[in-house]
Each structure stands twice: as structure tokens, then as C-alpha cells.
Design a protein around this ligand. Sequence first.
Ligand SMILES: CC(C)(COP(=O)(O)OP(=O)(O)OC[C@H]1O[C@@H](n2cnc3c(N)ncnc32)[C@H](O)[C@@H]1OP(=O)(O)O)[C@@H](O)C(=O)NCCC(=O)NCCS
Length: 224
Amino acid sequence: MAKQEGEPLEPLDTAFNVTIPSPVAPRISTARLCLRQIKPSDAERLFAIRSQPEYSEYLWPKEPDKDINTTRQWIASKTFTAPESAAGLSFCFAITLADDPTGRIIGTVGVNHLVPYATIGYGIAHGEWGKGYATEAISAAVKAWWSLPRIKTKQGDDDLKGLDNKDGPSATEKLYAFCNVKNIGSFRALQKCGFRVLREQRMEVNEELVAIMGIDRPEAADGS
Ligand SMILES: CC(C)(COP(=O)(O)OP(=O)(O)OC[C@H]1O[C@@H](n2cnc3c(N)ncnc32)[C@H](O)[C@@H]1OP(=O)(O)O)[C@@H](O)C(=O)NCCC(=O)NCCS
């Protein structure tokens, strides 16, 4: 659990329940990438990425995956357990290169969990950093996320406890990202995709300063 440092820059919003169709868009194409849903058999390749020491430097826990079972558990954790409407479904993609017929995975992007609020997570294999892949993948995943059907039910007051939502819930749905402020590449990629800093918190577990960033669902996506 994080403790707050100083005044929040902006309160966190309430979350919305989101209905995930099954299967979620099985593939998302961008100019250079093909995003497809992750599956248990991706564990070996994802272990090769997630066991890189550079990969976990700004993640929590900071340790690289120690064995393939840790990676399997990570894959399993991408299946939502709440809210009830989304339990058993997931929104997590393996990132591959569109022009690579082998389908080699270079990273992942997806929504980590929905409760108490939806957060995005992503990572690119160390050897592929600095090529704009994270920006391209996050941008496409966010767009696909907004296009999913929604049950526009704000969560109850209990769900807002601890979020310092002093001004009350706003009507705008957000997607959040937690980014270690030292993780310049991640911070920059999020900014380029339209996320802005809502507040900063120092993590109790490791004293690292984390930026809580958010992006509003565009009104144009509100066809539901
Ligand atoms: C963070 C991460 C996803 C960035 O991936 P990436 O594909 O290299 O990112 P991009 O190429 O899209 O770069 C986005 C921007 O950040 C900049 N950037 C990337 N890495 C950087 C670094 N180490 N230092 C400074 N700037 C950096 C890029 O130049 C680009 O900005 P620009 O277009 O203005 O030049 C990647 O480093 C990673 O997977 N890290 C390990 C896992 C992780 O930290 N995930 C995020 C958790 S919040």
C-alpha cells in the first residue's frame, strides 16, 4: 500500500464497471505491430523477457522472474477476478512484429485489473527498447479499451475509500498507470499516449516515488 506524499495534484476518479466481450478483439494491428491475446503457452518466451534484470528495475517486485512458474503465475494473474461481470476474462496482449512471420513476442500490454480502478501495464524486451514500440502498443491498447462495451455503473463509496477523492466522483471514466518517476522511458511513453500526472506517491514498501497517471475516455468513444 502506498502512502501519500504532499497534496495530491488531482484526485483519482471513481471507476466504472466494464463489460468485456469474450473473446476481446483477438488481434489489434498497428503500423508495425500485431497485438494478440496472451496465452499460457507464451510462458517460455515471456520468461526470457521478464527474467532480464533491466526489465524489472522499476517494477514491483523489482526481482526478475526467477523461473518459468513465476511467469506462468504472472500470466494467470492477468485474468480478472472482479468485478463479477468481468471475472474470468482478460485484456492482455502479446506484442509481436507485424512483419515477422515467426510471431516472436517482443513484449506485453494490457489492463492489469479493474478493481478498485483499471490500470494499464506493459513491457518491451530489453533488446527492443527505444524503437517506439511501447508508445505504439499502449496507444493501440488504450484505443481498443475505450471501444469495449461498458456498464456505466460507478462503484460504491466503499470502493473510493483511500483514493482521496475529495471532490467526489467525476462523470469521466479514466484508465490509470502507475509509473516509477525514474522510469523515464515509461513516463515518456505514457505522456505521448495522452496520460497526465494526477498525483505522486511514495511507496511504503521500497520508498520509490511513483507517478499515478491517468487518461480520460474520449467522449467520441462513448457509443455505449
Ligand atoms: C518502459 C518501456 C516499456 C519503454 O519501452 P520503449 O519501447 O523503449 O519505449 P518507446 O520507444 O516507445 O519510447 C517512448 C519515449 O521514451 C523515450 N525513452 C525510452 N527509453 C528511455 C530511457 N531509458 N531514457 C530516456 N528516454 C527514454 C523514447 O526516446 C521516447 O521518447 P521520444 O519519442 O520523445 O524520443 C521499456 O523500457 C520497458 O519495457 N521497461 C521494462 C518494463 C517497464 O518498466 N514497464 C513499465 C512499467 S510502468
